[in-house]
Design a protein around this ligand. Structure first.
Ligand code: NAD
Length: 338
């Protein structure tokens, strides 16, 4: 059997465990190394038996057994390891958001292009079965002309969520808060379905937390197609409601709630109440299976030299729109993207 593709994970906090499980579930890949600033706890982690542990990510990147680097550092610290990995000729998969602003995101894309390595950004919700059904239905034209798209992310995080992190809600580490950290998943889906955005009018505020970033943001989008859209994203809404994506076309509507279709073109869908999952009130209440689906595709992309579905140019779209919402709110004006 051919050698498995070796993954190294940089940053080993909350989400890295999902990467570890998702990668090790695959036949053709395995995690060979992890790096974290504080390695003392990692030595006791049973899931890391046989995995090399580095305190310095340079060593991980330069390990010849590492073919792909998976970046799980805070959002504003994706750039440096991504560039170093690309320079070392390693493929890169980076957690969402690609980076906290457009310039830093573009630098990652340019480095991966220059060094001819694959780049993907984790947006695992694109891999939910019901979302893919929705997309296919829209792409086939079954909804007719798209009229309106809404992303509602009325989630809740307590102050302790921010107080126990040195980067969440901090502008240099998170780039903002509720929109760029939590709401970005549903915003990414909205943008993929509705297409390019022409203009954004947004308002953000911080009402119930002591943080630098926003805990509430609302925006009106005008798509190039002429359709309109809205975003309502928050970490202040008790007790945290399942996120919703609503797509309305001239011939019907499709509504996705926590990744499950609750309304399709023919009407209401009966739901299995145990299905679906959401980080509405608990950040870790997400399974790793959707990460697995995206990692499987990335490994296939590497083996077959094909382009990842969520490549850099796809991933930067949500960063552009969220940064436009921030700018619109700051400058109290409509921001044009195209
Ligand atoms: N896809 C998802 O559903 C999902 C869920 C949670 C987090 N995330 C993303 O994953 C990333 C990490 O989030 P988390 O909640 O696991 O964070 P975390 O704070 O729990 O862990 C971050 C890790 O990075 C290390 N680190 C911090 N600063 C670093 C630096 N400058 N250089 C190198 N290492 C550094 C920390 O020691 C820690 O091991 C973020 O970008 C976040 O947006 C994605």
């Amino acid at each position: 059997m051919n050698k498995k593709i070796g993954f190294g994970i940089i940053g080993f906090g909350s989400i890295a465990g999902h990467h570890l499980k998702a990668i090790n579930d695959l036949e053709q890949a395995e995690v060979v190394a992890v790096s974290a600033r504080n390695t003392s706890k990692l030595a006791e982690n049973k899931n890391l038996e046989g995995v090399k542990i580095y305190s310095d990510y340079d060593q991980l990147i330069n390990d010849p057994e590492v073919d792909v680097v998976s970046i799980c550092t805070p959002s504003g610290f994706h750039l440096e390891p991504a560039i170093q990995a690309a320079q070392a000729g390693k493929h890169v998969i980076v957690e969402k958001p690609l980076e906290i602003d457009i310039e830093r995101s573009k630098e990652i894309i340019a480095a991966c292009e220059k060094h001819n390595v694959k780049l993907a950004c984790v947006f695992q919700n694109r891999y939910s079965e019901d979302y893919m059904k929705l997309r296919k239905t829209v792409d086939r034209g079954d909804l007719g002309k798209l009229v309106l798209g809404n992303a509602y992310i009325k989630w809740f995080r307590g102050q302790e969520y921010y107080d126990t992190s040195d980067w969440k809600g901090v502008l240099s580490g998170d780039g903002g808060a509720a929109l760029i950290n939590q709401s970005i998943h549903t915003i990414d889906l909205l943008l993929e379905v509705m297409g390019p955005v022409k203009s954004v009018r947004g308002k953000i505020t911080t009402l119930t937390h002591n943080i630098e970033g926003e805990d509430l943001g609302v925006a009106i989008l005008e798509f190039e197609s002429g359709a309109l859209g809205t975003i309502e994203g928050s970490t202040s809404i008790r007790a945290g409601f399942p996120e919703k994506l609503e797509i309305h076309g001239e011939r019907g509507s499709m509504i996705l709630e926590k990744g499950e279709l609750v309304h399709n073109l023919n009407g209401m869908v009966l739901k299995d109440t145990n299905g679906g999952e959401s980080g509405a009130s608990d950040p870790m209440a997400i399974d790793y299976k959707l990460h697995s689906a995206q990692f499987k595709e990335f490994v296939d992309n590497i083996i077959n030299d094909t382009e990842p579905r969520v490549n850099g140019n796809e991933a930067i779209k949500s960063v552009e729109v969220i940064n436009a919402i921030y700018k619109s709110s700051r400058e109290n004006k409509v921001v044009y993207l195209s």
